[in-house]
Design a protein around this ligand. Structure first.
Ligand code: PLP
Length: 407
């Protein structure tokens, strides 16, 4: 982009005038620092040698830049770039989205503290708050945050954090970030938002008042279904603490530099992909809504979505995630699933490939090995989740129509 390092550094420091896509491609990378490589090199090293005691101490003073669990030049570019795109002061990337959640809560919360969560969350986040945190004396209080005023009565003098997803997995319900954050901040409580379903191309929770943003980068940010990753973005002081304690010695869940490279490659096309995911998902949602075998459809940018006004306020587009139920319910879902030829029957989301998943079928299979396995609050037995990929939308619609024909 630039010839002189100083010019480039200045440009990166003040590139707020550049558009989202330009920053997604260039922010925080100065080719002059890397032998003019156009793409960020992958630093596969576990440790760093220092030319002197003073240099070693200087690296330590910068915050544990001694060892690759806590510092890697490839990974650092991704952290700065994502923080910039989210409008955050700083970022931290981790090995998975669950590692990001674990690092967040195990660093910020202690025995006796209380965590407020929305009643519906990604199923393994539910497992962590129901089974993990209580073992460490952290009380988790589930609240229906679709009515933000419900927060008021749930907050006590032990509440430390409010945590929710929007859009909410798997129903694509929408929670009002600004309304929830205003109420939490009035009581001096921080708010963390899992924005995985939207990605920073469509929604930036910090612009609506949130303190911390969490992403499973496994999903849209990487977007190609070929690596796992997680991220935390927020103010510099909190992120420093999450880095210095949470990553360095609590979870140790470092993202591999090779994954950081892949995720940066994906990030370069994020908003292009989100445009296509969103347009195709809207077309599919409209087709399903008009289909005689379909009982209901939930997609944030459908007029029939109960929270579509909030979705339009805080999201640029509806994203690629939708949920629907059939008039033939649980059994109907099982019958159509084996008929898909293009849609892939798989968990996960946000990939180039369309992925379709029926949580209740998986749950019933799990119950055969774990009796207490249950569907998350707010998830019905008929719910089918579809992550609309980047294939030709007419082909996706044809595959769905053909499968629905038997009903
Ligand atoms: N948050 C949401 C909304 C998710 O859907 C997921 C995974 O599906 C996660 C977090 C966890 O991310 P990971 O699978 O990268 O650990």
């Amino acid at each position: 982009m630039t010839s002189a390092k100083s010019e480039s550094s200045e440009k990166n420091a003040g590139d707020e005038t550049l558009g989202f896509d330009t920053r997604a491609i260039h922010h925080a990378f100065d080719p002059a620092e890397f032998k003019r490589s156009v793409q960020p090199p992958v630093f596969l090293t576990s440790t760093y040698g220092f030319e002197s005691v003073a240099a070693n101490e200087a690296a330590a003073a910068l915050g544990g830049r001694l060892y690759a669990r806590e510092y890697n030049p490839t990974t650092e570019i991704l952290e700065k770039r994502l923080a910039n795109l989210e409008g955050a002061e700083a970022g931290l990337v981790l090995s998975t989205g669950m590692a990001a959640f674990g690092t967040l809560v195990l660093s910020l919360l202690s025995q006796g503290d209380e965590l407020i969560v929305h009643k519906t969350l990604y199923s393994n986040t539910v497992a962590m708050v129901e089974q993990g945190l209580p073992r460490f004396g952290i009380k988790v209080v589930p609240v229906d945050l679709s009515e933000p005023s419900n927060l008021d009565a749930a907050i006590t003098d032990r509440t430390r954090l409010v945590y929710f997803e929007t859009p909410v997995n798997p129903l694509s319900a929408i929670l009002d970030i600004a309304a929830i954050t205003n109420r939490a901040h009035a009581r001096n409580i921080k708010v963390a938002v899992d924005s995985t379903f939207a990605s920073p191309a469509l929604q930036r929770p910090i612009e609506h008042g949130a303190d911390i943003v969490l992403h499973s980068m496994t999903k849209y940010i990487n977007g190609h279904g070929d690596t796992l990753g997680g991220a935390l973005l927020g103010d510099a002081e909190t992120l420093h603490m999450l880095h210095e304690t949470g990553l360095r010695y609590i979870t140790g869940a470092t993202l591999s530099p090779h994954s950081a490279f892949l995720i940066m490659r994906g990030l370069k096309t994020l908003s292009l992909r989100m445009d296509r995911h969103s347009a195709s998902a809207l077309a599919i949602a409209q087709m399903l809504e008009a289909h005689p075998a379909v009982a209901w459809v939930s997609y944030p940018f459908l007029d029939s979505h109960p929270d579509h006004a909030i979705a339009r306020k805080q999201m640029g587009q509806g994203s690629g995630m939708l949920a629907f139920g059939l008039k033939a319910g649980f059994d109907g879902a099982r019958r159509i699933f084996d008929r898909f030829q293009l849609l892939t029957r798989a968990v996960s989301l946000g990939d180039t490939d369309s992925l379709i998943y029926h949580p209740a079928s998986i749950m019933r299979a799990r119950q055969s090995i774990r009796k207490d396995a249950h569907l998350v609050d707010g998830v019905s037995e008929d719910l089918i989740r579809l992550s609309v990929g980047l294939e030709d939308v007419n082909d996706l619609i044809a595959d769905l129509r053909k499968a629905l024909q038997i009903l």
